[in-house]
Ligand binder design. Structure first.
Ligand code: ADP
Ligand code: AMP
Length: 213
């Protein structure tokens, strides 16, 4: 099963992707996590994308497409995967669908976790992430078992630089301008499903499972 998670930054794509991955035993590929790991390790790619990400902009399409297509060639993707945060522009979506067609493959579901902008800001301010394994928490709705510590790997949690209030606004603008227009592309191809992302985490997951079957 191949799934694309859609939705504004902070809508809960990553949270749901991890739950789908555990249930269906397929990997999650988060372009944001890949970029952040490279930034943390100070790789060439990390240095190239850092300023763009911290300003709330988007990494160039060609670079992002090449990175994802390379990753999708890995053995662990052969039975399916979940894309979290990719595609993020109409050209990326077109390139990804062309990549699938070239490989006689198809996308099964594009799931839109729909949350209005007003709710995004509080979600982002409470988000904490693990810099080592990428696990995501929220101070109020999804806190770690021990304050400030990742349940999964024990690392100290951090707040993402791009979750600062002024950057969140830029990211929402980027989303509405460049990412949201992709929705019609998936609708035209009959791959689009929407879930109400304002519901509690487990209810959103229940609705997604009903779509996936
Ligand atoms: P995205 O991957 O879309 O950027 P995340 O999955 O990182 O979003 O979620 C953003 C923040 O909102 C996190 O702190 C997460 O714990 C929290 N969150 C996720 N889903 C919900 C929900 N249904 N209700 C309230 N908070 C949520
Ligand atoms: P995310 O973790 O999905 O919120 O992504 C964090 C940041 O990484 C985004 O705000 C972008 O700057 C960058 N990024 C992630 N995925 C993409 C993508 N598919 N295309 C361009 N930039 C991306």
């Amino acid at each position: 099963m191949k799934i694309v998670m859609l939705g504004a930054p902070g809508a809960g794509k990553g949270t749901q992707a991890e739950k789908i991955a555990a249930k269906y035993q397929i990997p999650t590929i988060s372009t944001g996590n890949i970029f952040r790991k490279n930034m943390k390790e100070g790789t060439e790619l990390g240095k190239q994308v850092q300023a763009i990400i911290e300003a709330g902009g988007l990494v160039p399409d060609e670079l992002t497409n090449a990175l994802v297509f390379d990753r999708l060639g890995n053995e662990d993707c052969k039975d399916g995967y979940i894309l979290d945060g990719y595609p993020r522009t109409v050209p990326q979506a077109e390139a990804y669908l062309a990549f699938l067609a070239e490989n006689n493959d198809k996308l099964d579901h594009a799931i839109d976790v729909d949350v209005p902008d007003e709710s995004i800001v509080s979600r982002m301010s409470g988000r904490r992430v693990c810099p080592d394994c990428g696990e995501t928490y929220h101070l109020v709705v999804n806190p770690p078992k021990t304050e400030g510590i990742c349940n999964k790997c024990g690392a100290a949690l951090i707040q993402r630089k791009d979750d600062a209030a002024e950057t969140v606004q830029n990211r929402l603008t980027t989303y509405h301008d460049q990412t949201e227009p992709m929705i019609s592309l998936y609708k035209e191809r009959g791959m689009y499903d929407r879930v109400d992302g304002t519901q509690p985490i487990d209810k959103v997951f229940e609705d997604i499972c009903a779509i996936l079957g």
